[in-house]
Design a protein around this ligand. Structure first.
Ligand SMILES: [Zn+2]
Length: 315
């Protein structure tokens, strides 16, 4: 009896200890492609319901959403009810930033056209933010394409500064978009249970990504910096966000705003990347220091089964 009691006490102590050992961490939640990645793939009623669920999950969590204004349009005209969805974000205290009008990639777009897409991306956003006494101040590159040569980067930096924007980098880059595509295809096929069954796997995958970039931060800076997580406004997150955020909280994450995260000196590190892919800023900074291959090894991959469901060849 005594032995068993002693065992129970030990288990309790270990559990308490494990809880005490969860480090306090910081993360910014950023959501791209507002009002929805899937405007052409769902009814207005479904889109509205998904928007409401995402807003409810993010309320009070210092998140930032990034808008593509072409997704506010139906038949080429801005739809007031979709603008109202964005107003719901602002009313919930969530900040909104510019993700260009039409989600064009910097590397395939002449810089003058790209700049115009940023201006076109604030025709609704600027007056909408003004209703809340705010101005657009965050910019997120579509595809995280940040420029392949110094001339384009310098010009874009100058343009963004002139228009009051700061670049919102991403440190926890991930293949959430592949899960989202698989999820949507299953929903469209009427396989709701199969779609739901993807969610636990998705959450494990996202946590593994966080763990990987926590380690990447430790390797580069000797500590964990505030992370910036990227995901998208879609059906998957409308259903999975409460569980995902719960898992992140259990991992020790406090959700902070972008200003707080970017005040960390890590975010002033040189960016050594001029390639075409949209990779984590932690890797871009590591490249500036010419870090060895081991810095990039071990990144969790989207399982083949999910790639197959999504009809995607690779990440
Ligand atoms: Zn995007």
């Amino acid at each position: 009896m005594r032995n068993r009691f002693g065992m129970a006490v030990m288990v309790l102590l270990m559990a308490a200890n494990a809880e005490a050992e969860v480090p306090r961490r910081q993360m910014v939640l950023t959501i791209d492609d507002l009002p929805s990645q899937e405007v052409t793939r769902a009814s207005e009623a479904d889109l509205a319901a998904r928007n409401a669920r995402i807003v409810a999950a993010l309320k009070g969590r210092n998140a930032v959403g990034f808008v593509n204004e072409d997704k506010l349009e139906i038949d080429g005209k801005v739809a007031p009810k979709r603008v109202q969805w964005l107003r719901d974000w602002l009313a919930a205290g969530i900040e909104l930033g510019n993700h260009t009008y039409n989600h064009n990639g910097l590397h395939a777009t002449p810089i003058a056209d790209y700049e115009q897409s940023i201006l076109d991306g604030e025709r609704v956003l600027r007056p909408l933010l003004a209703e809340f006494k705010r101005e657009p101040r965050w910019f997120r590159h579509p595809y995280l394409q940040a420029g392949q040569d110094d001339a384009v980067r310098l010009r874009l930096d100058g343009f963004l500064e002139q228009h009051g924007y700061r670049i919102a980098p991403v440190t926890v880059d991930n293949g959430e978009w592949i899960y989202a595509r698989a999820y949507l295809l299953l929903l469209e096929a009427g396989k709701r249970d199969a779609a739901r069954a993807l969610i636990p796997d998705y959450i494990d995958y996202m946590e593994a990504k966080c763990q990987f970039f926590e380690q990447a931060s430790k390797r580069l800076f000797g500590r964990e910096i505030p992370q910036v997580l990227l995901f998208h406004a879609n059906a998957l997150n409308a259903d999975a966000l409460p569980a995902l955020l719960d898992r992140l909280r259990k991992r020790g994450y406090d959700f902070v705003d972008l200003d707080t995260a970017l005040a960390d000196p890590a975010y002033r590190h040189d960016d050594g990347y001029r390639g075409r892919a949209g990779i984590s800023w932690l890797h871009r900074w590591s490249m500036a220091e010419k870090k060895p291959k081991v810095f990039y090894e071990g990144e969790p991959a989207v399982p083949q089964q999910v790639l197959d469901l999504a009809g995607v060849e690779g990440e």
